[in-house]
Ligand binder design. Structure first.
Ligand code: KIV
Ligand code: ZN
Length: 512
């Protein structure tokens, strides 16, 4: 007997709460489409009541995605729940996820409410939500640090009111696998109507155990839903990583004996898309999606893998979207080969016009770079000319001069609302000079809190992918740019961050 493990992805909600990871509505839709391709069961598209931008994103995703259930987070109050229901109106399958804190610390210090008040509010909110949609998830925030008797009382009541999923968050990443697994088991045993709901785990990674805790919640506790994010994106040390939990359950089916609906071939493309959109670079040794995850560098390993791949490989790289031969296309590759490669990578462009735009960018790149890797293709389809995301600032051209013993200089041409402007400056290095040349014109006053360069496919011939994190008036945004010339990549990343600062100017913080 096997049963199904539901994969609930919260990249667009909990993942997006990570400072700097905020995404535009169109970026969220692209990621939601990729999650649908992955066959994620539930997509938490946002927190509709937190801002007009979040409402629009949830609504757009609810209207566009047909195969996955679309969920909106909502605090446990009628206004939030009504906003969530309104945003979800167009969904084939809609879920409202309502939450209220239940730990003594959170109730007293954050909510300033008594346990009885929290109990009543939880009950009333689920009752109210249940009148609007059938699929209701309830989360007792900071559940793992809550008093178990109180938690059982609240959970029994909300199931009685119609909650169909009970999610038990380890909000602060404090749990240990065995203890968390037993905690879920105890709750399921003690709540009299526990069999009327699906139990779910939601773990944060502060002690590096989010995946282990989630798996213990499944194995020991009997949870049948895992909440997770692509690349483990999330506040602080992040959330449980989707690719790790999925591949653990799939690879160790002998142990978990659970079915999954996920099409794992789209995992890598999802990882690249989230990393490129948010500017959160994936570490090379990250399980499943890191550049080294399937690289056998040592002679002994290479020899073993060549003789019989299962000597050192427990998963097949192809199964998560890595191709055996990573050099895919070059200057002479035609439009059909390019289009087929896009399909194999799980990239679905909106129209033939978009394919043409992406192909034109590919040809430009192939003129400058002899070998085009999958990573290059994934980087170029994020480009503005392909995504049609209309930006305030756009890169046009750059020239810079640097010589030993002289102060570097840069001149840049970029567009502001479609009009070309020029700036020039000197700086400590060519990158510094280029960014100062932009800033001399834009005068954003933003503080740079992170600058990082990553070689997309691991050699000096590859494209550089630059992330720039800017902070201004309490807002933090990441911009990403890629180009074989890292000075150009840096300028693109800086302009991309300025665009995000601009577009996020009217956004309210997304957590209650
Ligand atoms: O970590 C947490 O407690 C949450 C809840 C809102 C589910 O993200
Ligand atoms: Zn969370």
């Amino acid at each position: 007997m096997t049963d199904k493990l539901i994969i609930f992805d919260t990249t667009l909600r909990d993942g997006e709460q990570s400072p700097g990871a905020s995404m535009t509505r169109d970026e969220k839709l692209r990621i939601a489409r990729q999650l649908e391709r992955l066959k994620v069961d539930v997509i938490e598209a946002g927190f509709a009541a937190s801002s007009n931008g979040d409402f629009d994103a949830v609504q757009l995703i609810a209207n566009s995605i047909k195969d996955s259930t679309i969920c909106s987070l909502s605090r446990a109050n009628d206004r939030d729940i009504s906003r969530a229901a309104e945003a979800l109106k167009g969904a084939n399958r809609a879920r409202i996820h309502t939450f209220i804190a239940t730990s003594a610390l959170h109730m007293e210090k954050k909510l300033r409410m008594t346990p009885d008040q929290v109990f009543e509010q939880a009950k009333q909110s689920v009752r109210f939500a249940r009148n609007l949609v059938d699929d209701i998830e309830f989360s007792p925030e900071d559940g793992y640090r809550s008093d178990v008797d109180f938690l059982c009382r609240v959970i029994e009541a909300v199931i009685h009111e119609g909650a169909t999923t009970i999610n038990v968050p380890d909000t602060v990443g404090y749990a240990i696998p065995e203890l968390y697994g037993n905690f879920i088991k105890t709750l399921r045993e003690r709540v009299p109507n526990s069999d009327k709901a699906i139990w779910s785990v939601h773990c944060h990674n502060d002690l590096g155990m989010a995946v282990a805790n989630s798996l213990a919640g499944v194995k020991i506790g009997g949870a049948r839903q895992v909440e997770c994010t692509i690349n483990g994106l999330g506040e602080r040390a992040g959330n449980c990583s989707l690719e790790e939990v999925v591949m653990a359950v799939k690879t160790r089916r002998d142990y978990f004996n659970l079915d999954l609906g996920i099409d794992t071939h789209h995992i890598l493309a999802a990882s690249r898309m989230v990393s490129q959109t948010t500017g959160f670079v994936v570490q090379p040794n990250k399980a499943v999606v890191g550049a080294n995850a399937f690289a056998h560098a040592s002679g002994i390993h290479q020899d073993g893998v060549l003789k019989a791949r299962d000597t050192y490989e427990i998963m097949r790289a192809e199964d998560v979207g890595w191709t055996a031969n990573k050099i895919v296309l070059g200057k002479l590759s035609g439009r059909n080969a390019f289009k087929q490669r896009l399909q194999e990578l799980g990239v679905q462009l909106e129209s033939e016009v978009d394919v043409n735009a992406a192909f034109a960018r590919f040809k430009e790149l192939a003129d400058r770079k002899s070998e085009i890797f999958d990573e290059d293709i994934l980087a170029l389809v994020s480009d503005e000319s392909v995504t049609h995301i209309k930006e305030q600032y756009g890169f046009v051209s750059l020239s810079q001069h640097s010589e030993t013993g002289e102060r570097p200089q840069a001149s840049i041409v970029f567009t502001v609302d479609g009009t070309e402007v020029r700036g020039s400056s000197e700086g400590n290095g060519p990158v510094d000079a280029s960014l100062k040349a932009i800033e001399a014109h834009v005068k954003s006053g933003a503080e740079m809190v992170l600058y990082s360069v990553n070689a997309i496919s691991g050699s000096t011939e590859s494209q550089g992918e630059v992330t720039v994190r800017l902070q201004n008036s309490g807002r933090v945004v990441n911009g990403v740019g890629s180009d074989p010339d890292i000075v150009v990549a840096s300028a693109k990343a800086y302009l991309s961050a300025l665009n995000k600062l601009h577009s996020k100017a009217d956004r309210v913080a997304a957590q209650g």
